[in-house]
Design a protein. Sequence first.
Length: 131
Amino acid sequence: SCFLVDNFYGHARSDRKKDTYRLLEAIMANAAVRGQDVPIAICMDSNLQVNTDQVFQTICSDAGFVDAARLQGSEIAEAPTYSRSSTWQQNEEHNTRIDVILLNAAARRLFKHFSFLNIIYNHYRVPEIAI
C-alpha cells in the first residue's frame, strides 16, 4: 500500500489567479486517475485566500479533497499561515491563510491530527498532519 503526497505552488501575483486555478484543476485531475482508494495529500502554498476563495473551494470539493485543518476544527482552520509582520494576530493586515494540506477520502480515513510545527520560516507557519 502507499500514501501519495503531491505539492503545489500557486502563482504569487493576484492577476494570475486563473492560471493558479487551471493548475489546481490539473493536479486534481492527476489525483483522480490514481483511483479513489489511494490516499493522497496535496500540500500547497496556494497564494489564494483558502478560507474565502469560492473558486478554490469549489475545485477542491468537486475533486473530493478537504482541508486537513478543517478536519481538526474551525479555530485552527481560521488561523493564518502567513504574517508579514510575524505577529500572527488574526485581524491584523497581511495575516492570511494561503497554505493548506488537502486530503482525499482515502487519506481522510487515515487522518489523526493537524497542527503547525513549532517553527516560523520567513513569516510562514509550517502546517503538518499525522496519519
